[in-house]
Design a protein around this ligand. Sequence first.
Ligand code: PLP
Length: 369
Amino acid sequence: MGWVDPVTKAVVPPIHMASTYLRDEDNGYRSGRIYARADNPTFDQAEATLAALEGGAKALVFSSGMSAATACFLALSPGDHVVVPKVMYWSLRNWLLTFATHWGLVVEFVDGDRTDAFAAAVKPGRTKLVWLETPANPTWAVSDIAAIAEIAHKAGALLGVDSTVATPVLTRPIEHGADIVMHSATKYLNGHSDIIAGALVGARDDAHWAKLRAIRAQLGTILGQTEAWLLMRGMRTLYPRVAWACRSAQTLAERFAAHPMVAEVLYPGLPSFAGHAAAARQMTGGFGGMLSVRVKGGERAAIATAARVELWKRATSLGGVESLIEHRASIEGAGTPCPPDLLRLSVGVEEAGDLFDDLDQALKRAHNA
Ligand code: PLP
C-alpha cells in the first residue's frame, strides 16, 4: 500500500512539516504547492491509496469525518433540496437540522432502507444531493446503493454515501453508482483510535470536485501532517483488521441472537435481518464489524449491562482494534430514532469467544441485580 519514497528509498513515507513552499524566480509556483492550508505532500499517499481502494478518480483527506461530510452540503446553494436518511450519524443529522436548514438547504428525511421513499422524495431539478449511510449507525439499516443512485441521477442529483462502516474492503459505492464516498477516517481506515480524520473520494475529477477541494482550503479543514501519516499507517492493515472484525461480529451476532436476555440482534449478516438481501448484493467478504443488541428489560437493563463489562470498553466511536460498547440513545439525546434498549458493539481484534463470555456475564449479572 502506498509507494517507496523515490528520493530516500524509505519504505515508510516521510512527514512533511512545511506550511509554505518556495516560489519560482519568475514568480510562478511550478511545484503546484503554495501554502499548506490547501494541501500537504504527506496527504499524497493517503489520498492516492483511498482513491485506489474506492475505485475513484481523486480523494481528499479532512480534519474530521464531520468536516468531510459537511463539505458535501456546503458545496450546494441555499434553496437546494437534499434527501437524507432518518437513521444516520447523529451529529450530522443535528447539523442538517440546525446549521444547514438555517443556511437555506431544504432537508428531507426518509427511511434509508426504503428505496421507494427516495423515489417519492426526490424533486427533479430541485434535489441536488441524495445522501446515504449504509449500514446506518446504529441500527445498521442497509440502503440499496445502485437503485438509489439511479433515482438520484434521474432527478439530476448527485449521490453521496457515508461508507464509514462498510469500508472499501466490503463495499465500493462508486461501483454501484455513487458520485462521492465519505469516510470518518477516525474509524476503520485509521483503526487505532488515535486520530480524528475524514475523507472524501470522488468518482470524477470535475468542477464539483474542484469545489469540494476549494471548500477544504477555504475553511482550513485539512488534516494535520502527523494525522495524515497515522492514517496511512493504519490503512496498511485495513484488510486483515476488517476481515477479522467481520468474522467475530458474525459469530457474536449468531450467538447473541439465541441469548435468553437479548430481545433482538441488529446485524446485516443475519439472514433474518431486514436489510440482509440488499447487504448480500453490495457487500463482499463480510457484513461489517458493527452490530447492536436490544436488551430484554429495556433501557435500565441495557445501561446496567454496559456497566458490568470487563473486556469490552464503555466508550463512543468505532472501528478500532479495541472492542467498544455504548448505550447509544443516551449519547444521541432527545429526538433520536435509536431504541432505548440498544447497546452498540464495535468488534475489535480480541477473541470472539472472550468477547461473548464477557458480555454474557454482564447480561446475566445485570439481569440478576
Ligand atoms: N459518519 C459515521 C458513520 C460516524 O460513525 C461518524 C463518527 O462517529 C462520523 C460520520 C463523523 O466522523 P468524525 O467523528 O470523524 O467527525
